[in-house]
Design a protein around this ligand. Structure first.
Ligand code: A3P
Length: 293
C-alpha cells in the first residue's frame, strides 16, 4: 500500500517530502545554527495530535492573551513549522520570543542548542494523542493534502500504511515513546496529552503557562479557553489553513471533528484487535498510557 511522496527522503530519522529539510543543504546548516533561548518555545508533536491547538494556546500565553493581535496574522506565521526548507530564513530572522512548531524527533532538533545547559535551551511542549484517533485524523489529512502524494485510497489502505510507519514523520510508537522517555529526564520538556486537554482544558492550560513561566489570571485563562475551544477555532480563519493551497477543505476540513473516540467509526473489529496487539507489544516497556474514549 506504499504511497510514494514527491521528493521522499529521510531526515533525522523521520520520513520527509520535497519541501522539508534535506541533509547537506544550506538550509540544513542554517537550521543547525538556529539560535534559541529559554525564552523561546517549540511545540512538538507527531502529526494530527493537536499541534495547531497547542500552537494557538502557547502563542496567546506568550502574548498576554491578546485575542485581537492573534486574529491579525495566520498561526503559521506566528508559530512557523521549523523543518520546512523555504521558511528557514524567516525563522532565523524571527525576534525572540521565537515560537516554533516541529514534528521531528528530539534528537533531530538543531545541534546549536541541543547540548547546551537547560537555561540556554528553548522550552518544549510535546502533545501526544491516542494513536487510533491520530490514524483516523491522519487518514483525512492525507486525503485532503495534495502534498502528501495525492492519496486517493480508502481507510483500509491507510490503516496498513499507518501501522507499518510508512507515513510522513514515520512510526507513531517510536516518536511518542522516545519523546516521553526524554521528557521524563529533561525539565525543559512538558509532555501533555490531547485527551487531558479535552477533558481538563483549564487545568492543562494553567500547567502550560506555569511551565512557560508566564502569569495568567483566571480571567485571561477563561478568555484563552474560550478562544481555543474547538468550536471557536473552527470559525477562525487564522488557524484553519483555509487559505493553504495544498489543502482542499472540501475533501476534509483541517479542524475536522476534534473528538476523542472517532476511531470507532473507522476501525473494524479485526483492525482494532491487530492494532491493540501491536500497541501492547510496543508499549510494554513504558509507563505511558492513553485513553481511547
Ligand atoms: P480531527 O481530525 O480528529 O478532528 P494537528 O494540528 O496536529 O494537525 O491536529 C489536528 C487535529 O486536532 C484534528 O483532529 C483537529 O480537529 C484537532 N483540533 C484542532 N484544534 C482543536 C481544538 N481546539 N480542540 C480539539 N481538537 C482540535
Amino acid at each position: 500500500f506504499a504511497q510514494k511522496l514527491e521528493g521522499e527522503h529521510v531526515f533525522r530519522g523521520v520520513l520527509h517530502h520535497s519541501v522539508m529539510l534535506t541533509e547537506g543543504t544550506e538550509e540544513q546548516k542554517k537550521f543547525d545554527s538556529l539560535q534559541m533561548s529559554a525564552n523561546d518555545c517549540i511545540v512538538a508533536t507527531y502529526p494530527k495530535s493537536g499541534t495547531t491547538w497547542m500552537q494557538e494556546i502557547v502563542w496567546l500565553i506568550y502574548n498576554g492573551v491578546d485575542i485581537e493581535k492573534a486574529k491579525q496574522s495566520p498561526l503559521d506565521e506566528r508559530c512557523p513549522f521549523m523543518e520546512i526548507a523555504p521558511k528557514i530564513d524567516f525563522i532565523t530572522d524571527m525576534q525572540s520570543p521565537k515560537l516554533l512548531k516541529t514534528h521531528l524527533l528530539h534528537l533531530g532538533l538543531p545541534t546549536s542548542f541541543l547540548n547546551k545547559s537547560n537555561d540556554s535551551r528553548p522550552r518544549i511542549v510535546y502533545v501526544a494523542r491516542n494513536p487510533k484517533d491520530v490514524a483516523v485524523s491522519f487518514y483525512h489529512f492525507y486525503r485532503s493534502n495534495k502534498s502528501l502524494g495525492n492519496f486517493n485510497r480508502g481507510w483500509n489502505e491507510f490503516f496498513e500504511m499507518f501501522i507499518s510507519g510508512y507515513v510522513v514523520f514515520g512510526d507513531w510508537f517510536s516518536h511518542v515513546i522516545t519523546w516521553y522517555e526524554t521528557a521524563k529526564k529533561d525539565s525543559t520538556i512538558l509532555f501533555i496529552k490531547y485527551e487531558d486537554m479535552k477533558r481538563n482544558s483549564l487545568e492543562e492550560i494553567s500547567k502550560i503557562a506555569k511551565f512557560l513561566g508566564k502569569d495568567i489570571s483566571t480571567e485571561m485563562l477563561e478568555t484563552l479557553y474560550d478562544h481555543t475551544k474547538f468550536e471557536s477555532m473552527k470559525k477562525n480563519p487564522m488557524v484553519t489553513f483555509a487559505k493553504n493551497p495544498s489543502i482542499d477543505s472540501s475533501i476534509s476540513p483541517f479542524l475536522r471533528k476534534g473528538e476523542i473516540g472517532d476511531w470507532k467509526n473507522y476501525f473494524t473489529v479485526a483492525q482494532n484487535e491487530r492494532f491493540m496487539d501491536i500497541y501492547n507489544e510496543k508499549m510494554k516497556d513504558t509507563d505511558l498510557s492513553f485513553q481511547f474514549e
